[in-house]
Write a protein that binds this ligand. Structure first.
Ligand code: PMP
Length: 441
């Protein structure tokens, strides 16, 4: 019974750093990013807990890929039975494909009713851009500075987050145009840049779009700036940008890979928070609960224009196994009411973080909503100077207290809190208590 392991068992040894460092040198690990001096060796997961090779359990505050929690028996059972029944995708229809795409189309806002299934967020973004190119016949894409949308040539081109992808700036082709207004905000918040720069200048951005008369194929943005740590856009921001992009012939792509799928609690899609309907949604991570699965959802006419140019086929995209897992994730989300849980526990957590902000100067700002929160650590509150080293230290200390949380943002000074949607109030309190203790120290 894995639940017997839940809870911080201080009698058990922590991972031996020497062993871990030795393992970290293995060639497989070299390409991976490591946050910890000695990353824990995780052997398995259970709900919102991760358990290492020594049996030590940690609250998982980073895993937004895991929607319904780790090791869910219904997912394991669905995967096992589908695998033994059928798992090949060779241009025929199967029940799971029809049912899953129908469910996604039902979840998407009208008039988005056509679904392409792929294997990752990167593939979804790549396909979304191709749909926009073929539909509009234009070739300029507007993207927000400091965003991250994936690692393929096209997704990389519309990404400019140096922290997430240091190569991005070197490879951007001239069809990508970055909206510069967030830079204007740098003027407002002088000194080193922080996640605050994502508090975009609504008027400045809209005016810049008015002044530029080029035709546009697409505008791509996260509806909540996940890459910065969950910074909410000002009211009316996306509505204003979408209007102007459409006036220039472009399609609006909402990259919901991080913030969609009920993560924001009250809203299933991030665009609901901004009260807009995009032309194309990209989604991945959450929908497969860790299994590779992504989707593009769009209007029929956009999909048909693309299909006219030739068939779309992905050998593994939307396989029977993926669809069965995707359906089971949605069933569990409904049966366990995980969207409400994200709202309730998220609200509790945000309130607790804000209280810590009142007590500790190191906490500069708390961003986000639902179970998608960011805590920005600053060494000087007036200047908003990123406290990068403190953030790294804090995460190491939290690891010792049975919490896995990692810093994000270009200065790695924002603790991004994006646990499985089944996070309990007790574990949220464990985190808040541990964070308070470490901040105090
Ligand atoms: N879009 C956004 C907003 C993302 O955060 C990510 C990954 N972090 C991607 C796209 C790419 O998704 P994947 O890693 O599944 O390719």
């Amino acid at each position: 019974d894995p639940s017997a392991l839940i809870g911080l068992d201080t009698a058990r040894p922590l991972a031996d750093p020497a062993v871990v460092l030795q393992r970290r040198d293995a060639s497989f690990a070299r390409v991976q990013e490591h946050y910890y001096v000695a990353p824990p060796q995780i052997e398995r997961g259970w709900k919102h807990h991760l358990i290492d090779i020594y049996g030590q359990s940690y609250v998982d505050m980073v895993n937004n890929v895991t929607t319904v929690g780790h090791g869910h028996p219904r997912i394991a059972e669905a995967a096992r039975s589908q695998w033994s029944l059928l798992n090949t995708n060779s241009r025929f229809h199967y029940e799971e494909l029809v049912r899953f795409t129908e469910r996604l189309a039902e979840l998407a806002p009208d008039p988005l009713d056509t679904v392409f299934l792929v294997n990752s967020g990167t593939e979804a973004v790549d396909l979304a851009l191709r749909l926009a190119f073929s539909y509009t016949g234009h070739d300029t894409v507007l993207s927000v500075r400091e965003a991250y949308h994936g690692w393929s040539m096209a997704a990389d081109a519309v990404s400019s987050s140096v922290a997430d992808n240091p190569r991005a700036l070197d490879t951007r082709p001239d069809w990508v145009h970055l909206i510069e207004a967030p830079n204007a905000v740098r003027g407002k918040y002088r000194g080193p840049h922080s996640a605050r720069r994502y508090l975009v200048d609504l008027d400045g951005d809209l005016q810049a779009l008015e002044d530029d008369e080029r035709t546009v194929a697409a505008f791509i943005a996260e509806p909540v700036f996940g890459n910065a740590g969950g910074v909410l856009l000002p009211d009316g921001y996306l509505a204003g940008v979408y209007d102007r992009v459409r006036a220039r012939g472009g399609l609006c792509i909402a990259d919901e890979v991080q913030v969609g799928y009920a993560r924001l609690g009250r809203y299933f899609w991030g665009t609901e928070q901004q009260n807009v309907v995009p032309d194309i949604i990209t989604i991945a991570k959450a929908m497969g609960n860790g299994h590779p699965l992504g989707a593009v959802i769009t209007r029929r006419e956009v999909a048909e224009r693309f299909a006219d140019a030739g068939p779309f086929f992905s050998s593994a995209g939307g396989s029977p196994l993926s669809c069965r897992i995707g359906l089971t994730v949605l069933d569990i989300m409904r049966d366990e009411d995980l969207q409400s849980n994200a709202e309730i526990v998220g609200r509790h957590l945000k309130h607790g973080l804000e209280r810590l902000g009142e007590r500790f100067d190191l906490v500069g700002a708390v961003y986000g909503m639902g179970l998608y929160l960011g805590v920005e650590l600053v060494s000087d509150r007036a200047k908003f100077t990123p406290a990068t080293v403190a953030a790294a230290r804090l995460c190491e200390e939290l690891l010792l207290r049975g919490i896995i949380v990692q810093p994000t943002g270009d200065f790695k000074n924002v603790l991004k809190i994006k646990p499985p949607l089944c996070l309990s109030v007790a574990s949220a309190d464990h985190f808040l208590h541990a964070l308070g203790e470490v901040l105090g120290e």
